[in-house]
Design a protein. Structure first.
Length: 456
């Protein structure tokens, strides 16, 4: 029995469904908060439950959840449009084997995810599914879980890309200062710049070089794994037939009208460019900006409201599991924030760090927290102040510290299946099936990021 098969069987026995994992992480967080962040007592337990409840329904976090859901759903709808569907079909048409499939899916997914994480996640899922359909039609064998893992690789590069939460927030005027609202933070505020441009983070030469290395090494690793991992014929569930009306009458014609659809799509894009022209020139993307753009593109590319709404029904099904898990992770975030657990983790690593090792320790602390709080933006809001203050104290460039945080936050997505839920829904795979392979990718990516942080 080879190692890949052994690891796969082990994960199938040990890893529960993502929702169950979220519940278990909630319980573990409560126990850690109860025993290690204060005096264990009835009052302490009550405070933890209160923090949990407030975190679950925190209004700003719920706004964030809706933004993320729209990114996922609209990205999925966009990928289901005819122009993008033709592109994915053309890409998968060149696939002839398990090895060529895994490399093609990984490379294309990472490129798209560097532009936008939500689009990359859905694109990777659709590509994995298309490869499976191609393999079934052409009659060659593939390792479908490995292909699914390749379609998830975008989540290990997204935070260093153009939709990365921390570097984008740091580029906003006054954001860094907003992380230090207390009067005793005056010394820190004086040392902080008003913003850190994305030219020093996302578009820095060393970040682009690291991405290029990952773009070569990760597909190469997957290629080698595909040589050893068992491949087999797959059976995909039959899709539900789409019932279409043969006769379109009355107001129903408006639902199918190409002209009304085009007019509304053009209006959306016109409003987008008028409202966000300065953001476009500065390459400063925001969630609302991205959703507005994707909505306009979705409408235009689908050609009619009927086509758009049909794709929307399918996309919402793929994102449904994440919707109910958002409050659970917000609750974990509430406990960790109110009890100081996030701060304790960050302070511990910062306390043992030097100028050289701080970026590495920041990387590991961000990765650890991401397992409990798989939200780059929410995690940055809590952990960012410690990262920045530690960097200032030790003389580490702020842009390097921010990217170290981003790298650590994204790498443990390969272990935390929360963001894989849309992919699992589209491919019909299970988390325990892809995790053995994403774990290999996490180890590989960790080695690359740590080497890069030490050499930068």
């Amino acid at each position: 029995m080879n190692v890949a098969l052994l690891v796969e069987k082990g994960f199938k026995k040990l890893i529960p469904a993502p929702f169950t994992l979220a519940v278990l992480l909630t319980l573990v967080t409560m126990l850690l908060a109860f025993f290690f962040t204060g005096n264990p007592s009835v009052d302490s337990a009550a405070n933890i439950l209160t923090a949990w409840q407030f975190g679950m329904w925190d209004p700003p976090l719920l706004v964030f959840a809706v933004q993320m859901m729209l990114i996922l759903v609209l990205g999925h709808v966009l990928v289901l449009s005819k122009p993008v569907s033709r592109l994915t079909t053309k890409l998968t048409s060149v696939v002839r084997s398990n090895t060529s499939a895994v490399v093609m899916v990984a490379v294309s997914t990472m490129l798209v995810a560097f532009f936008n994480w939500g689009l990359g996640l859905i694109f990777g899922a659709i590509m994995a599914r298309k490869v499976a359909e191609t393999a079934k039609n052409k009659g060659f064998r593939i390792n479908y879980p490995l292909i699914g893992a390749a379609g998830y690789t975008g989540l290990m590069v997204w935070h260093g890309g153009m939709s990365g939460s921390a570097p984008l927030k740091a580029a906003e005027e006054g954001h860094l200062a907003s992380l230090f609202p207390l009067a005793e933070d005056a010394a820190v505020l004086q040392a902080l710049p008003s913003f850190i441009s994305t030219e020093a983070t996302i578009f820095s030469s060393w970040n682009l070089l690291l991405f290029a290395v990952l773009l070569i090494v990760i597909p190469a690793v997957l290629y080698l794994v595909s040589k050893a991992a068992p491949a087999k014929e797959i059976e995909l569930p039959n899709e539900k037939p789409v019932h279409r009306n043969k006769i379109i009458e009355g107001a129903e014609r408006l639902d199918h009208s190409k002209w009304l659809n085009a007019l509304f799509g053009i209006l959306l894009l016109a409003a987008f460019f008028i409202s966000y022209w300065e953001n476009i020139l500065s390459a400063n993307l925001t969630p609302n900006m991205l959703n507005f753009l994707m909505l306009g593109l979705c409408i235009l590319m689908h050609g009619s409201f009927v086509s758009f709404l049909t794709a929307l029904d399918e996309a919402i099904m793929g994102a449904a599991a994440i919707l109910i898990q958002f409050p659970l992770y917000f609750g974990i975030m509430g406990i960790m924030r109110e009890t100081g657990m996030v701060n304790d983790i960050a302070v511990f690593f910062a306390g043992i760090a030097t100028e050289i090792s701080l970026p590495v320790y920041t990387f590991f602390s961000a990765g650890l927290v991401n397992i409990f709080v798989p939200s780059g933006g929410g995690q940055w809001a809590v952990q960012g102040p410690v990262v920045l203050e530690s960097a200032l104290q030790l003389g580490v460039p702020l842009n390097k510290a921010i990217m170290a945080f981003a790298y650590g936050d994204q790498i443990t997505n390969m272990l935390q299946p929360f963001w894989a839920l849309p992919l699992l829904a589209i491919t019909r795979l299970k988390a325990r099936e892809i995790l053995p392979y994403t774990l290999i990718l996490m180890v590989t990516g960790t080695a690359i990021y740590i080497t890069g942080l030490l050499l930068i």
